[in-house]
Design a protein around this ligand. Structure first.
Ligand code: FES
Length: 237
């Protein structure tokens, strides 16, 4: 059983397993901290900085990202101080400059009392939370996409901006994106993700297109089972 630690969040005494993050401990205690880039299926990352909280350890108070900072005995956490709210307002303004239309971002902005961003709106859509890149690498095990560039040129990209050879078209990146930035559609036996086409496999029994061929080839490779094993849809097995 995990060792437990005792901390306070907004003055409430909380017990949490050692090794969990402040965000996890707060969520378990029904204390809301806004967050965008954290995902319990993925390793802590700390990209968006929306989840900032103020902690006091000993004499020292400082701001930390609650999704990457672990709980500790005696830790005092404040989730709503003026300092915290000012940082979150700045963060949401920066996010709105990349995407000022998405309802999830507008909702957080409303909660923080932010009507508009002071920064020039570039409407890039992607907020660089990295969930797509991390899901592809950590969950799917493929690393078909990654980040390129730095600062204002940073973006999610395929190798050399071309057809990603390792992509298995599973659509996990589409599913996990909090702002639905990555388009995916299926038409006439082809799945298209962000402009790249992937042929689908027809079920050997019912004839219905049911999965991208590349995904089935990947399953065959990682399980060492023959490809034919995967050419029947789940409903026909
Ligand atoms: S949710 Fe913590 S930095 Fe994004």
């Amino acid at each position: 059983m995990a060792e437990m630690v005792t901390l306070t969040i907004d003055g409430r005494e909380i017990n949490a397993p050692a090794g969990t993050t402040i965000l996890e401990a707060a969520t378990d205690a029904n204390i809301y901290i806004p967050h965008l880039c954290s995902n319990e299926e993925l390793a802590p990352y700390g990209a968006c900085r929306l989840c900032m909280v103020e902690i006091t350890q000993g004499e020292r108070a400082r701001l930390v990202a609650s999704c990457i900072f672990e709980v500790a005995d005696g830790l005092e956490v404040e989730t709503n101080t003026e300092r915290v709210l000012n940082v979150r307002k700045l963060v949401i303004e920066l996010l709105l400059a990349r995407n000022n239309k998405h309802p999830a971002l507008r909702k957080i902005a409303d909660e923080l009392g932010v009507k508009e961003t002071r920064f020039p709106v570039e409407q890039k859509g992607c907020i660089l939370c990295g969930q797509c890149v991390r899901t592809c690498r950590e969950v799917v095990g493929v690393s078909a996409i990654g980040f390129s560039g730095r600062g204002i040129t940073r973006k999610v990209a395929t190798p050399f901006m071309e057809f990603p050879p390792d992509c298995i078209a599973c659509g996990s990146c589409v599913y996990v994106c909090p702002v639905q930035f990555i388009p995916m559609k299926e038409e006439n036996g082809v799945r298209t993700i962000k402009g790249f086409d992937y042929p689908m496999q027809k079920c050997s029994k019912c004839g219905r297109y049911f999965a991208p061929k590349k995904q089935l080839e990947y399953f065959s490779k990682i399980t060492n089972l023959p490809l034919e094993h995967f050419e029947t849809c789940v409903g026909c097995r």
